[in-house]
Design a protein around this ligand. Structure first.
Ligand code: PHE
Length: 351
């Protein structure tokens, strides 16, 4: 075999191994590495081109020619591979996520715990035949105090307790003014609950807030008795806190009811034995109540000899705090999502 043929064989072998390396490179970086290895300035093929000098002069053109052809072939192969690697990146690279996962729904907000508690209480009373009446937060002194039989010098009329807008107009301090407003417009029988915001000029602390929610109840008809009040209040407390709750009435005073009472329920936590929640008394105060005072009927235009009725009023914030073990009434108003979201359903969490 001629020397020239031997060189050609060496070139063929080089082309052969270079082609395999090019076809086998899996990305653009490794392809570039192969190009440098064979065609770079210190590459295998470039080296053999330099070694031509050591060949006899008459053989150089043929071998040089073969090397140049090999170089062109390899350059063409590299271009081809480059194109197919770039194309496959666009077309075949899979979507980096898992498109079989269910979509995430957006956060749409959640119900405030006070709103939920109010809803639950409304539903219990609706089941007993009460309908809902509402008044406004800005109220006349007349409805908030006078028509409710408050004497002119009653301490709660003091600036310290009431936010006055002027001498006659104020922010209502309780939902009771709606009793008189409703009776003015409706004949008995009346059976309503009145949910709403009330305001008191108090320095905020864990159990006091200058604004909070109340729910009033009013039932007026012929022959409504204290026993009816006991029945409805007990039914509510057992529905909301549990059937084993017992209820007691403690004598109290409100200008607009006579007799008046504060209603306690047995402590749901210690069941009457005495704990932190009930301050070791075994009882928890839950609302104020009583039989509608005859003077209130007179102000409202009802005949106190023809009708009797009962009324009750409770603080919704306090009831929510008791039921959910919330330690500070001010949390309801601070809009801290870490607090509020504890009471959201999974749907409200956006899951
Ligand atoms: N309005 C009273 C209060 O805010 C509660 C109450 C309502 C008491 C109805 C008796 C009857 O304290």
């Amino acid at each position: 075999m001629a020397e020239e043929d031997l060189d050609r064989q060496a070139i063929e072998d080089l082309v052969e191994s270079a082609s395999r390396a090019i076809a086998g490179s899996e990305n653009l970086d490794s392809l570039e590495a192969e190009r440098i290895r064979y065609l770079g300035r210190k590459g295998e093929l470039t080296k053999s081109l330099r070694s031509i000098k050591s060949l006899p002069a008459e053989k150089r053109p043929a071998v040089g020619n073969a090397i140049n052809q090999a170089k062109e072939r390899l350059e063409a192969l590299i271009e081809e591979r480059k194109t197919s690697l770039s194309a496959s990146f666009v077309e075949e690279e899979p979507y980096p996520g898992d498109f079989t996962l269910p979509g995430r729904s957006g956060f749409s907000g959640g119900r405030h715990i006070l709103h939920s508690v109010m809803g639950e209480i409304k539903e219990i009373f609706a089941g007993m035949g009460y309908s809902i009446a509402e008044g406004s937060d800005v109220e006349l002194d007349y409805y908030n105090f006078e028509a409710l039989n408050f004497p002119p010098d009653h301490p709660s009329r003091d600036l310290q307790d009431t936010f006055y807008i002027n001498k006659d107009i104020l922010l209502r301090t309780h939902t009771s003014p709606v009793q008189v407003r409703y009776m003015e417009k409706h004949k008995p029988p009346v059976r309503i609950i009145v949910p709403g915001k009330v305001y008191r000029n108090e320095s905020p602390d864990p159990s006091h807030s200058a604004e909070f929610l109340q729910m009033e109840g009013l039932y007026v008809d012929e022959n409504v008795s204290l026993a009816d009040l006991r029945n409805d209040v007990t039914y509510f407390i057992r529905s909301f806190f549990g059937q084993d709750a017992s209820v007691r009435f403690r004598p109290h005073f409100f200008p607009f009811t006579e007799p008046s009472a504060e209603v306690d329920m047995s402590c749901f936590s210690c069941r009457g034995e005495g704990c932190q929640i009930c301050q070791k008394t075994g009882w928890i105060e839950i609302m104020g109540a009583g039989m509608v005072h005859p003077n209130v009927f007179r102000y409202a235009g009802y005949d106190p000899d023809a009708y009797t009725g009962f009324a009750f009023g409770m603080g919704i914030d306090r009831i929510a705090m008791l039921k959910y073990g919330i330690d500070d009434i001010r949390r309801f108003l601070t809009n801290d999502l870490r607090f509020l979201s504890q009471f959201w359903s999974e749907r409200e969490m956006g899951e």
